[in-house]
Design a binder for this molecule. Structure first.
Ligand SMILES: *Cc1c(COP(=O)(O)O)cnc(C)c1O
Length: 383
């Protein structure tokens, strides 16, 4: 049996009859840049994320970059995040000449550890603290970071909170005791519509959400070269727009997002049931959802003994799987200049050594999940 890690063709087949006419309409108008489709999807995503404003941008990476530009992150500043995330989170900090300050993750949720965040801030001098502009909690794999403590630590230290929600649209966390959508838990939220994300477009795309109207206006200006009116520039911005073709695709897909998330949750629950009954619990740890969170499972990630050998076994037997991420960012060649060494962020390093993502996409059949579990049992000699 073949079980790919992700199969986008199945989703496309089910939506083709709606997507093709929408694309055809754009071809006929030849209006590709911003325009009514982008305005409409911004309104819809703002509504979906329970946020006042949403601004379409060219990618999740540019969402992070423009968010930081909007709060004036600049050369010599520091921005806090974890070393266990996709490169873009940290790369966009460096793009602005700022430096990442790393905080390790919790071992069970893979998101920023609020106790270690507190410890880091306590250990810094007032002068060092002054350089810190923001915290970027990453809602990794589809689950929100522990936002209640992170947000309050940020406020106490006068820091902005930029959520990296690239993998977590539709998930919820808790803030001020209330269940709240990802992207409405901080000062602004960054989304990616990269094809493999839960809401994917037909290329690159992203969005920034915020409840702060002045910030939204600045973000809107920054994505078009910082202009206030055509050819009059109040900021130094970039070309960072979402285009009409991507917006039209997203308009067709958004109404299905919750049912896709539900399918992912059902698939995850089925894996968890089968794996807990399979006798492999000495060898693997299952994904953990923090109390009060809803997890949308952009990835279903286990920790496994002999991870690399298990991956090879699964692949040889037709099961797609992947390592997110094999080398934490503090140990990457390009960050050698920061002076970090192995052992500095032990939970991130352990996650990089032991985690493995299994197929969890909505169209996955129960028999395919059963087959994946059977292959895992075979590897650990439990059948
Ligand atoms: C995908 C992703 C991004 C970047 O999004 P792009 O749209 O690919 O630029 C940023 N952060 C995380 C955690 C991601 O998974």
């Amino acid at each position: 049996m073949k079980v790919p890690l992700l199969d986008l063709k199945l989703q496309y087949q089910s939506l083709k009859n709606e997507i093709l006419p929408a694309l055809h309409e754009i071809m006929e108008t030849q209006q590709f840049i911003l325009g009514p489709h982008v305005a409409k999807i911004e309104e819809e995503i703002a509504g979906y994320c329970e946020s006042k404003h949403a601004v379409g941008v060219s990618s999740g990476t540019d969402a992070l970059l423009i968010s930081m530009m909007a709060i004036d992150v600049a050369s010599g500043d520091r921005v806090i995040t974890t070393p266990y995330t996709f490169f873009a989170t940290v790369g966009s900090i460096s793009r602005l000449g700022a430096l990442p300050l790393f905080v390790d993750i919790e071992p069970d949720t893979y998101t920023i550890d609020p106790r270690k965040l507190d410890e880091l801030l306590d250990s810094l001098s007032p002068r060092e603290k002054e350089k810190i502009k923001a915290i970027i909690p990453v809602h990794l794999f589809g689950q929100c970071a522990d936002m209640e403590p992170v947000f309050h630590i940020a406020r106490h230290n006068n820091l902005n909170v930029i959520e990296d929600a690239a993998q977590a649209i539709g998930s919820t966390g808790i803030i001020n005791g209330k269940v709240t959508k990802a992207c409405s838990l901080g000062d602004c939220g960054c989304l990616s519509f990269f094809p493999s994300k839960n809401l994917g477009c037909f290329g690159d795309g992203g969005m920034i959400t915020t409840n702060n109207t002045a910030l939204a206006d600045k973000i809107r200006s920054l994505r078009v070269h910082g202009q206030a009116a055509s050819y009059y520039h109040t900021h130094i911005g970039i070309n960072g727009r979402l285009d009409a073709i991507q917006a039209a695709v997203l308009q067709v897909k958004l109404p299905h997002l919750d049912s896709w998330a539900q399918k992912r949750q059902e698939n995850a629950a089925y894996y968890i049931k089968l794996l807990s009954e399979s006798g492999v619990d000495d060898y693997i740890s299952l994904p953990y959802t923090r109390k009060g969170n809803t997890h949308v499972f952009n990835q279903f990630v286990i920790k496994a003994h002999q991870r690399d050998a298990l991956k090879q076994h699964l692949e040889q037997n037709g099961v797609g799987c992947a390592i997110y991420y094999p080398l934490p960012l503090h140990l990457q060649d390009c960050y050698r200049f920061l002076g970090n060494k192995t052992g500095d962020y032990p939970e991130s390093e352990r996650a990089a050594r032991e985690t493995l993502a299994l197929p969890v996409y909505p169209e996955l059949a129960r028999e395919q999940i059963e087959y994946v579990v059977e292959q895992i049992m075979k590897f650990y000699k439990k059948v």
